[in-house]
Design a protein around this ligand. Structure first.
Ligand SMILES: Cc1cc2nc3c(=O)[nH]c(=O)nc-3n(C[C@H](O)[C@H](O)[C@H](O)COP(=O)(O)O)c2cc1C
Ligand code: SF4
Length: 602
């Protein structure tokens, strides 16, 4: 097919109204990017005509998402995961090897158009890294020899679908199961138990059950799910929406990938339950672009549910219980995990956060009342509806009922997925995953908290150490500054740029962290970092900016000795190395005497 034909087919697959199509804009762009490896200018013109919108607006959307490109990428588009756990497993050396062998610079397509090699933020495969994406498909457990094989396949022009199947084996790695993941209880939902419970009683009664269970959101903030659903149900409107947040972009978090891979039916059941309770007819699962390889299997699960009468018109024969789910892809923007950005992105726009309040429960998708919940939250809700609030409350603590699914990676013998009742100590988790010689535990990802191992008696719970799922272990041989530097870069890359404290503060912090890493920072810089961090926490527009300084502040406050050892002893050192910058002039003039060095005069 020609470019034009591909674009026409993509556009023809949707409705006709420009308004409906505008909401599909990001989906069209993702599909064009996927099929053509970029979004050509004539595609932008065609889309602008069709949707009756300025081309500039489409350019703005493309520029926002890191997976969308206006210039052609290589026939093989490779993105190496750049998470700190990938670094710990040797990804930087493998990147160099890949670039050398293929003769490419990172981010620049090879002159023959064959291949592009670049990095991307965490791909959600920290337990089986180093990992990469090739044309949207994940390759895990990279090694020297796997890289050599990949290079040979690329040079031979072998299509990705012909590459050895073992390259694409992604394991669930579930190493501890409890209420949600135990085989016994997973059997309860796929047959529609939660929906039968709903039909057998009433939406009010089931909402009471969710409230009594004490279920709190698993996406990070821990808001009470029953209360969220009640607010949404009470909001008057001609339509309500249910949205599942499967953006899972927090470095170190990969449990939603596993839940979607092996428990998707339960997740969709939870969404349908929510729809039945709040009165929604339409739901969306927002799937991060890095998990594109899950799209087809998820669509198959949806179809199976339609065929079984668990989705569509008159669910389980109940008149008026109509609900269906559509999957929307993200395109490489961490900020789109924030619920209001996610809604903007679902509407086909740039993922800039909205001002809150109003919250999505009153003005969400298309300004209609919308419930946004994490993948695990929906799954837990389905189980609770089927098995009761008491069953759920029997596990956990009074403030944090039930269990938490953790993604564990880093320096431990058994990285993977562990489900624990809330209240488990960090010490227990470390023991179970085979962590020894531990220096620090990073909990809840880049936006979370870093604790010295001396704090391992603390508990995973909303009232103590809360996490959306990530636990990264660092042993005594690691330099924690590498982690802090990686996260500082991550936040600069992922800031949407809308507000000054995050956009500028994040960048200043990154530079100061680099200065610290390079041994040029002084006490003055430490004070500066604390001040910028506090400013970002207090004045940023959304959760990304308010948490972006956490890794730096934790380092300064909880690991002072490490910082002290790194400090230069002069009162002040500029971040810019003036003497080094004069090297080129010295080379040109052939001088290297004391007078040609700045330091010799100070
Ligand atoms: C920068 C940022 C990224 C986020 N990423 C995610 C995410 O990937 N998945 C998620 O469920 N929640 C994420 N959240 C939290 C959501 O905004 C929201 O609170 C959550 O989806 C609500 O669902 P829950 O109540 O089930 O936790 C993020 C928040 C911020 C500020
Ligand atoms: S805090 Fe950062 S991500 Fe959030 S709106 Fe401001 S610039 Fe954007």
């Amino acid at each position: 097919m020609t470019h034009d034909e591909i674009i026409k087919t993509i556009i023809a697959s949707s409705g006709t109204s420009p308004d409906v199509q505008r909401q599909q804009l990001l989906q069209y762009l993702c599909q064009i990017q996927h099929d053509l490896s970029h979004i050509p200018g004539h595609a932008i013109t065609q889309l602008a005509d069709l949707m009756q919108m300025p081309e500039a607006e489409i350019h703005g959307v493309i520029d926002f998402y890191s997976f969308l490109h206006k210039d052609a990428r290589g026939e093989y588009d490779i993105l190496l995961s750049d998470s700190i756990t990938d670094h710990m497993l040797g990804s930087r050396t493998l990147l160099q090897q890949l670039c050398n062998r293929l003769g490419v610079e990172p981010g620049v397509p090879r002159s023959d158009g064959r291949v592009t090699v670049d990095t991307t933020s965490c791909t959600g495969l920290c337990d089986q890294g180093p990992a990469m994406l090739v044309n949207g498909t994940a390759v895990s457990r990279l090694s020297d020899s796997r890289i050599e094989q990949i290079c040979a396949l690329i040079e031979a022009g072998t299509g990705v679908s012909q590459w050895p199947a073992e390259f694409f084996e992604i394991e669930d790695n579930i190493l501890r199961r409890d209420l949600l993941l135990s085989d016994e209880t997973t059997a309860a939902s796929p047959d529609g138990s939660a929906l039968r419970a709903l039909i057998a009683s009433s939406s009010d009664a089931l909402l009471d059950v969710i409230e009594q269970s004490g279920l709190r959101g698993r996406g990070g903030a821990g808001f009470r799910t029953g209360m969220k659903w009640r607010f949404c149900k009470q909001a008057e409107s001609d339509s309500h929406y249910v949205v599942c947040n499967a953006d899972e972009g927090e470095p170190g978090t990969f449990k939603d990938r596993v839940l979607l891979n092996s428990y998707a039916d339960s997740v969709f059941e939870g969404m349908t339950l929510c729809a039945g309770i709040i009165g929604a007819q339409r739901g969306y699962l927002y799937l991060r672009g890095e998990y594109r390889y899950l799209l087809e299997p998820l669509q198959a699960v949806l179809q199976q549910r339609r065929d079984s009468g668990l989705l569509g018109q008159g669910i389980l024969g109940k008149n008026g219980f109509d609900f269906d789910i559509e999957i929307h892809l993200g395109a490489g923007a961490y900020i789109c995990g924030e619920e209001s950005s996610l809604i903007e992105s679902l509407e086909g726009k740039r993922g800039i956060p909205r001002k809150r309040p109003p919250f999505p429960v009153t003005l969400g998708y298309l300004n209609k009342p919308t419930v946004v919940n994490n993948v695990e939250t929906f799954m837990a809700a389905a189980k609770i509806a089927a098995l009761g609030a008491d069953w759920y409350c029997a596990a956990g603590t009074p403030e944090s009922s039930g269990t938490k699914v953790l993604s564990i990676s880093g320096d431990c013998e058994r990285p993977g997925i562990y489900e624990y009742p809330f209240g488990v100590t960090i010490k227990q988790v470390l023991e179970d995953c085979g962590a020894t010689n531990t220096q620090a535990v990073q909990i809840a990802g880049a936006a979370g908290t870093t604790l010295p191992v001396a704090d391992a008696d603390r508990c995973i719970a909303f009232e103590d150490v809360s996490t959306a799922g990530s636990i990264m272990v660092f042993n005594n041989e690691r330099n924690l500054l590498d982690m802090v530097q990686n996260f500082a870069h991550f936040f600069v890359h992922e800031s949407c740029g809308f507000c000054t404290p995050c956009r500028v503060g994040g960048s200043l912090l990154k530079d100061l962290v680099e200065k610290l890493v390079n041994g040029h920072a002084t006490q003055y810089d430490v004070a500066e970092m604390k001040q910028i961090g506090a400013l970002m926490q207090g004045t940023s527009f959304c959760g990304l900016g308010t948490t972006a300084a956490n890794p730096v502040l934790d380092l300064l406050n909880r690991f002072p000795q490490l910082v002290e050892e790194q400090l230069a002893h002069s009162g002040y050192e500029p971040a810019f190395d003036l003497d080094a910058s004069l090297q080129e002039a010295r080379d040109i003039t052939g001088r290297d005497d004391a007078g040609a060095h700045i330091g010799s005069h100070t």
